[in-house]
Design a protein around this ligand. Sequence first.
Ligand code: HEC
Ligand code: HEC
Length: 260
Amino acid sequence: MVLKVIDLFTNSHNMFPRINNDLEQDLPKYKAFFVGILLSLPLAAASEELGNAEKGQENFGKCASCHQIGKGATHRVGPHLNKIFGRRAGSEEDFKRYSKGLKRAGQEGLFWDFDTLDAFLENPKSLVSDTRMSFSGIKDPSDRADIIAYMRIFSDDPSNIPEAAPTAIAPEVSLSAETLAIVGDRDYGEYLSSECLTCHQTNGSDQGIPAITGWPEPDFVVAMHAYKEKVRNHPVMQMMAGRLSDEEIAALAAYFGELQ
Ligand code: HEC
Ligand code: HEC
């Protein structure tokens, strides 16, 4: 029920014709309106209960390969998640890899609060169909509530938590220092990239297949090794990565990392 309403809200261009006018000025109003719709639904009201932030910190491990949160957190594969409560979706100016879909949802009035985060974490694509967040979702509502409670700590008044270190990026596979230190040969990467481009697009478009341009190189390298070592399950990518040497992976990371 909540999902349906959000879908309507984010996908319908005509239902709220004024939404693009005076957007900045009217933002608080739209936010109130949006939250109002959600709260008026009996189901949504029940989900206001916040979870256990300590458990949420452990479960944030599922997010930490892509997101940082806490003091000094920076954008990685995904944007940092400080002050996510009340943030308009897709609105971090210096994060360049948002999908068009998430940005549009934000422009049309999607703000992050308990209910919208809950829906997004349950199934990112059912809230924003073309989101670039490759994450299958968390089925258990209490696991979601715990993670949301943890993120909330970094939203209220982050200056109250000066000692909180950013969550360390938890790599999916641990690679040796030598592997990570390989400096990729960009031109060789360009040469190797042709077979990747039968599926992935260089313009960053992610119709069905995730965009792989503009990633920080270490994240790209870790992702490729995660397929190679079968920590990630996609058979085609396992086969692609399995054929590549460490040098070739580094070269591809250098080439794709440079593309915007
Ligand atoms: C495989 C990488 C990956 C994982 C794992 C991941 N995310 Fe994301 N996340 C992204 C990317 C990329 C985006 C930007 C999506 C877009 O633009 O469509 C994003 C966007 C978001 C946003 C919206 C941010 C904004 O500025 O509007 C939230 C909130 C979020 N993620 C929370 C989480 C949480 C919580 C988890 C763990 C339960 C998680 N993500 C797991 C990659 C990931
Ligand atoms: C036959 C199509 C195909 C080819 C060819 C292909 N990929 Fe992929 N790639 C995919 C699909 C589909 C996924 C999403 C898999 C998943 O869900 O884990 C993916 C995922 C990825 C990811 C992780 C993206 C993310 O958001 O986490 C990277 C990095 C990647 N591919 C790099 C490459 C590179 C480098 C090559 C060339 C050596 C390549 N791919 C060739 C289809 C392809």
